[in-house]
Design a protein. Structure first.
Length: 168
């Protein structure tokens, strides 16, 4: 009898401790830097979200120019964390590389399986790599708790300012 009570308590506790999912949208205004010196090639770009343990939640954008995996390995962090393990979804999220300029991306607060993400701590990552150029990895930690926020991240060698806005 004690075992059933413990299991029932654990089940009830699990239900009570489940964190809610909040709807909303994370808008990302991504600026790719204008490079005027030397040879300019359009950069490979990956934008994705990880949970508080560094586990991949969703890839929002992946821009590349070739159809193979050879050059994707240059987007080092994204490739090591996601690309080499989950290569099957790459074609579904890939688009062509983009020239310097401003781009709007939206994340619907769902994971790669389409389920709403629960409240908690997450990190938005933007990795931009250019052949004959530099590599930039931008990270921004945020708390997904249903409260709106807006933040502007400083430019890097390969990015201009990046503005992140959450609206529930």
């Amino acid at each position: 009898m004690m075992k059933k009570t413990t299991m029932l308590g654990a089940l009830i506790g699990g239900v009570l401790l489940t964190t809610p999912a909040f709807a909303g949208k994370l808008a990302i205004d991504l600026n790719l830097a204008e490079i005027t010196e030397g040879q300019y090639l359009r950069p490979y770009t990956a934008v994705w979200v990880e949970d508080s343990r560094g586990k991949h939640v969703d890839t929002i954008a992946l821009w590349r120019w070739d159809e193979g995996e050879k050059w994707l390995k240059d987007i080092r962090r994204w490739w090591r964390k996601i690309g080499r393990e989950e290569a099957g979804f790459i074609d579904g999220v890939t688009g062509a590389t983009r020239p310097s300029g401003a781009y709007k991306l939206d994340w619907d607060m769902t994971d790669s399986a389409g389920s709403a993400v629960k409240s908690g701590k997450y990190t938005l990552l933007v990795e931009v790599v250019r052949e004959h150029g530099n590599r930039s990895l931008v990270r921004h930690k945020f708390n997904h708790d249903g409260n709106p926020f807006a933040v502007t991240l400083a430019p890097t060698d390969e990015t201009g300012e990046i503005t992140i806005t959450y609206q529930p």
